[in-house]
Design a protein around this ligand. Sequence first.
Ligand SMILES: [Zn+2]
Length: 785
Amino acid sequence: MIRVLCVAVLAAVSIEAAAEPIQQTKGTFVDKFRQLEESLPTPNVYRTASGAPGHAYWQQQVDYRIKVTLDEANRRITGSQTVSYKNNSPDTLTYLWIQLDQNRFSKHSDAYETMALAKEDAQKMSFAAMREIALTEDNDFGFKLTKVVDASGNALSYAMSDTMMRIDLKTPLKPGASTSFAIDWWYNIPEGKAMGARGGYEHYEKDGNDIFFIAQWYPRLAAYTDLTGWEHKQFYGTGEFTLEFGDFDVEITAPADHVIGSTGELQNPADVLSTAQRDRLKKAATADRPVMIVTAEEALANQAEKTDETKTWHFKAKNVRDFAFASSRKFVWDAWGVKLPASGRTVMAQSLYPEEGMPLWDKYSTQAIAHTLDTYSRYSFEYPYPNAWSVNGPIGGGMEYPMITSNGPRPEQHDDGSRTYSKRVKYGLISVIIHEIGHIYFPMVVNTDERNWAWMDEGINSFLQSMAEREWEANYPSRYGEPRMAIPYMTGVDQTPIMTQSDSIIGYGPNAYTKPAVALNILRETVMGRELFDFAMKEYARRWKFKRPYPADFFRTMEDASAKDLDWFFRGWFYTTDHVDIAIDGVTHARIHSQDPDIENAVDREEDAKLKGYIGEVRERATGKPMRTERFPELLDFYNKNDDFIVTKKQRDKYQSALKDLKDWEKELLKYGRELYFIDFRNIGGLVMPLVLDVEYEDGTHEEVRIAAEIWRQNAHEVTKLLVRPKKIRSVTLDPHHEIADADTSNNAWPAKAKESRVELFKSEQSRDLMKEVADGEKPVADKK
Ligand SMILES: [Zn+2]
């Protein structure tokens, strides 16, 4: 057994060593500033070394025409779509890959079949987890394709691979050429929350109605890119979507009393909206507060009666990577025209929610949309679309699509009919709306590869969310962004580097959201400074809006636009699982040695005196026993009368002659009167970081000292920093503003400070007394009212 284990360990080590292109075989030096180039894709004509799209950058164009019917009674959706595919790549394609995301809910899906449970689940499982399993087992989910034909209506051959479908083209698609094909399909809509879906329906027991949020609902083209070829990793439910831009023309047929919010712009308002609704929308466009388009009273009246009739809503959307819509007769609707200061364009911020969402949604939803448009447009680019919707949809948290988002939190309904909401629900709603509307910038416009790199949308978006929350109100209870929030994850064992494919991430929330959001806040506040960071971030957004960046494009742009070598930061924070723990190991106070025996011998004498006082000597003297030299004084001589530090002529002559050999500036330095503080730092966590110090002087004044991370270049384990100051230092505190995510602050102060704690006392619980439980049960129990 042991032998097998040894072989395995050796094999693992040699594989790792082989993967390292350069090997440090002498000493223990670790180059934390090693350049990242060897880990990044080689720059080319599609993506430059500066992180910008290259002169031959290309992306595919995919346009959709879809007619879709929502069958409310059967909770089924039936669609017929024509797809136009333009091959802008320099490659000839013989087949196209299509994403059939609904297949993930099928009991035959890879996602369900490879769903690994924890050992403990065999003893204890949540109701929610078991319900999802039972619903998967007992239902027929997934796409049913009824027609796959080319432009002339001839059947196309295709093959299924779980959530992906390959359509084989009859003639190869040359660079620059287009093709089109049509698919008819239907599927059973899953219950959103119960299936952990990103859309679906939610049923309201009280009035018997549903809210539908329809997403990942039509066969979508997989992305074909210069870096990955076909991006067709299977959909396991976590790694999100990698998509192409295109134009959409969608006709949605739904019950006539439904209100629909959607990606795109409504083409036929006169057919589907009342005169009053259209008038109110017009007013809302220039109002100074959100305006009700469908009031709570109207929504309650609408949901009380049903109709067999249908209406068709016609939407068009230009240059979007996806399309989603919400539909229900329960919707209250408010809207507000938000004028964007840069161009003066008006974006309609709109919210749809059941009356059950009040009071909360009517107060905060549309305001939160407007706030996101305001802040994100300043830190990235102006919001490019005409609409921004927040819908109280059928999923627990939130989910984003171009121009439309689904957001979960809602007030609590009590037995007496009253409603309240917790602080967590209030800020949870504002935050999730900022987050999901923020996603319309990243990744709906800055079109990242979500299936592979969750941090590029979740992390960058959570960072911008933290900036928007700081602008909402002071001390906003933010969940992301403050460096301390990443510490529990970064110090834990169960983690992967940020640069991990989305479905392999351990700890999705802290890995893809919190840690990168914290990293970017640290880059902005501590490493680069706000001015350089904000410019570089904006440049990244500007370069890649309506294009597809990869991690290297972000890393390279941040350096390119700031003249900061950030490889050490991206390497440490994105490619490793190191954390931050820097300690002040010690402080040495010094001055320049004058070399003058008349000055220094006295100091030496003082230092020597400090070494006296060994306990054996002290106790011996305390006995009062006469020593031999007291009993025989003739034993005392020169050495008993003079110590080692008397100044001799020889010393003085030597000093004078040494002075003669010194240049004037060297003599000056011997009289240099400044206080010298050598501060030793030790890197315990692994990540090299800037050193931020609060230096307190003996006169009570403070100085903030900021030292760049480059101090660790030659030694990433320990460094010593010299502070030369005109006055004496009383204390030094590392990371006084909690800005570097230092995990252990107990080693951050010189002199060391006591940790403060309060000891909580508890009583041990008594064991169960079965005899008494039964006896109590026999007694009549008073009816509690
Ligand atoms: Zn997100």
